[in-house]
Ligand binder design. Structure first.
Ligand code: DQQ
Length: 547
């Protein structure tokens, strides 16, 4: 690893240099995985005239850079090629729908098609002159109409696609279009779904999930499915989801619980993770999620290091048995990177103690730990006013009393522990007598001491995790990769991704611990940790545009 570039990653996707934001049009086609992404070829900051970067892979782990798929080149996208999605047509042709910023700076929806369908790498794309396919509809401002989803076929044989939008009264909506031929699109009278007071919906994603297990969930209409609508809210920069049903007759989506319950909806990730998008992998029969993980550093640092933005590690995503939440897990291909391994069983983590995990590369590792908490009656009752998990986590590890916890992982810790990032749990007794949940489990990712550099955003993240510690273990999987810490709590119920920029905890000077700052001991039932080898990610320089 280049010590002049301590924050570049070993196995998280990034281009060789420059700015990257949203993942676009992920797919598998003729056995090859594709990822496109919002890319600024000219620098490490976002630019309106953004292009579609492109890479391909055989395993979702190692990536070959391809020439950017397209750049602003025609009146309908001359001011930028913004986010969009791929749809694979029944004749096995992949087609891209994307947002163009046109010559009047209006947001319009365009199409791009492969030039040579026999090239599995799909290096060259062309834009028919009939673009734009869809112009800004009446009543919608020209700067609030973007990010078409993957299209799907209805029972009537017509295509459907949604586009993110909002109206002046801060109603967010997914405008629905229908088409018989994929080229001529008609706006439906009703949006697929809308919600007041949510503001602009960016990068909507609409997909089926199986209620009978994690397998066989295609974009085609099948029975035994629920539907997920995900939207990225520009006002909070978070990705929220709902689970519900799709009414084929009315062509509307009906969420089981409404969009915002008590002022919040579940999130795909409670840290840094935005503009995410899924695709169905029809070879391995799984749905895979990608999300943009932006920097937490000031733009001047990004310019100095010459790049900005990562993609999360690809995650498998599926519906929990309860039908009430989505689960996520790093795709199994990560195991091909595993090197030296450490295994622990049944170790007691005494109150106010820590154990160092020796034998793995602490800057580039995969750690999976399961805790068992005894003496649950020792948990303190949660304060009635503590309804915001991020706020509780932000009070820090020392100031909150909970008896049980904080316990978890201390990652990217410097030799003197001046720097460290803490991913941990606390267990409280519930004070809610209306529900039968006796305990509240809180998961936090605390970046406040992650770097001596005070200029980074070191906000702490947190979420409640729906498990019952009286008969379930408390598990944590964390992927550490130099400047990204990606954590999965409870087998994928809660994900928290953070960016950190240690000054001391780099290279050989980074350490990994299991810690318990609570007043009760906790059992480490098992811990497995692996050093991860570096993947080959866009190592060659990027080929130029094909004109
Ligand atoms: N990023 C794109 C837009 C999208 C936003 C522009 C979300 O299409 O709404 O780079 O990050």
């Amino acid at each position: 690893h280049d010590l002049n570039q301590p924050y570049r990653t070993g196995y998280h996707f990034q281009p060789p240099k420059n700015w990257m934001n949203d993942p676009n049009g992920p797919m598998i086609y003729k056995g090859i995985y594709h990822i496109f992404y919002q890319y600024n070829p000219y620098g490490a900051v976002w630019d309106e005239r953004i292009v579609w970067g492109h890479s391909t892979s055989l395993d979702l782990v190692n990536w070959t850079p391809q020439p950017p798929a397209f750049n602003p080149s025609q009146p309908s996208d001359i001011n930028g090629c913004w986010s969009g999605s791929v749809t694979i047509l029944p004749n096995n042709t992949p087609v891209i729908l994307y947002t163009g910023i046109d010559q009047n700076k209006s947001q319009v929806q365009n199409v791009a098609v492969p030039v040579n369908i026999t090239d599995p790498f799909l290096k060259e794309w062309s834009k028919p002159t009939l673009n734009p396919l869809i112009t800004t509809p009446n009543g919608i401002k020209p700067d609030r109409f973007r990010d078409p989803t993957t299209a799907w076929l209805g029972h009537d044989g017509e295509w459907r696609v949604i586009v993110g939008s909002s109206t002046d009264d801060r109603r967010g909506l997914a405008i629905l279009y229908k088409s018989k031929d994929f080229l001529k699109w008609t706006q439906s009278v009703k949006p697929l779904h809308y919600q007041d007071l949510t503001g602009m919906w960016e990068c909507p994603d609409f997909f089926p999930v199986s209620i009978t297990g994690s397998e066989v969930v295609d974009t085609s209409l099948v029975s035994e499915v629920k539907y997920v609508l995900k939207v990225s809210l520009i006002e909070t920069l978070h990705d929220y989801y709902t689970i519900g049903s799709y009414d084929y007759e009315k062509d509307v989506y009906v969420p089981d619980l409404g969009f915002v319950q008590n002022g919040s909806a579940p999130r795909l990730d409670y840290g840094k993770f935005y503009a995410s998008k899924t695709f169905f992998d029809d070879v391995k029969k799984r749905r895979i999620l990608w999300g943009w993980v932006n920097e937490s550093s000031p733009a001047k640092d990004d310019i100095e290091k010459g790049w900005s933005g990562l993609q999360s590690f690809p995650r498998k995503i599926w519906l929990d048995e309860s039908g009430k939440e989505l689960l996520q897990w790093p795709i199994e291909e990560i195991e091909t990177l595993r090197g030296s391994q450490v295994n622990w069983h049944n170790r007691v983590l005494k109150a106010e103690s820590s154990l160092q995990v020796h034998g793995v590369t602490a800057t580039q590792a995969d750690v999976d730990v399961t805790f068992k908490v005894k003496d649950l009656e020792k948990a303190d009752v949660i304060e009635p006013s503590w309804t915001d998990p991020q706020k509780i986590c932000s009070q820090g590890v020392s100031s909150v009393k909970s008896g049980l916890g904080p316990f978890g992982l201390m990652v990217l810790a410097s030799n003197d522990m001046e720097e460290s990032t803490l991913v941990y749990f606390r267990i409280f007794k519930s004070n809610d007598t209306n529900t039968n949940t006796k305990y509240v489990v809180l998961m936090c990712s605390d970046q406040s001491r992650s770097s001596l550099n005070e200029e980074n955003d070191k906000a702490t993240f947190g979420a409640f995790m729906a498990i019952d510690p009286s008969h379930q273990t408390v598990s944590l999987r964390t992927l550490i990769d130099h400047s990204i810490v990606e954590s999965y709590g409870g087998g994928g119920k809660v994900c928290i991704t953070s960016r950190v920029y240690p000054k001391l905890a780099i290279g050989e000077n980074a350490n990994l611990f299991v810690f318990n700052k609570g007043t009760q001991s906790v059992d480490v039932l098992s811990l497995s940790a692996w050093s991860l080898k570096s993947a080959q990610i866009n190592e060659e320089s990027m080929p130029p545009f094909i004109e």
